[in-house]
Design a protein around this ligand. Structure first.
Ligand code: ZN
Length: 198
């Protein structure tokens, strides 16, 4: 039997995406064996995240400042807004360095299966941002999954009444493809070849 401390850390890790009980236990054993090399840096990284990171009140990005560095950057094109499902998608697009505008993070995708409804996503705040004016183009950068595309269709309907150019990523995206897993070239291509919705 492992100690209660080991059990507590193992079960905390096992709840993270990408971990199961086995891989969590292996990670914990590694941390115990490599206290200096692995445990100490992990502890300080976790503390820094807990103390300094917050969610941007404008776009939903995670950063050390609110508004985040992207929202606060006057060199970004305020007329172009890219809507993504999750912060990981925003970061993937930032790595491609191709989108000059700002972002809006929905915080998920519509899902009948998981009971995710429009009210559960940051859709009202998106509409408020567009309603304030000054935005010419909205890019719907949902994942090429069934739920991502359902979300894009729903948003397209909600945004129909605004005088904006509404585009979505070109579907050179592999079916079922999630932005976070795409190489930067493919993602950049999908963004460059974006097309009008509908
Ligand atoms: Zn922001």
């Amino acid at each position: 039997m492992a100690s209660p401390e080991i059990e507590a850390l193992t079960s905390a890790l096992a709840r993270l995406p990408g971990f199961g009980p086995r891989s969590a236990r292996r990670a914990v054993l590694h941390l115990v064996k490599k206290r200096e090399a692995a445990l100490a840096p992990l502890r300080s990284a976790l503390m820094a995240v807990e103390e300094r990171l917050s969610t941007c009140s404008i776009c939903g990005n995670v950063d050390t400042s609110d508004p985040c560095a992207i929202c606060a950057d006057p060199r970004r094109d305020a007329r172009a807004l890219c809507v993504v499902e999750d912060v990981s998608d925003l970061w993937a697009l930032e790595r491609s360095r191709l989108f000059p505008g700002r972002f809006h993070v929905l915080g998920g995708r519509l899902s009948a299966l998981e009971g995710v409804r429009p009210d559960d996503l940051a859709i009202d705040s998106l509409i408020r941002r567009i309603d304030q004016g000054g935005i010419d183009e909205v890019v719907l950068a949902m994942n090429a999954t069934l739920e991502g595309q359902t979300t894009a269709h729903y948003l397209a309907e909600r945004l129909e009444r605004f005088p904006i150019r509404l585009t979505q990523l070109a579907h050179g995206l592999p079916v079922g493809g999630e932005l976070d897993y795409l190489d930067e070239g493919t993602l950049a291509q999908a963004l460059r070849a974006r097309r009008p919705v509908g």
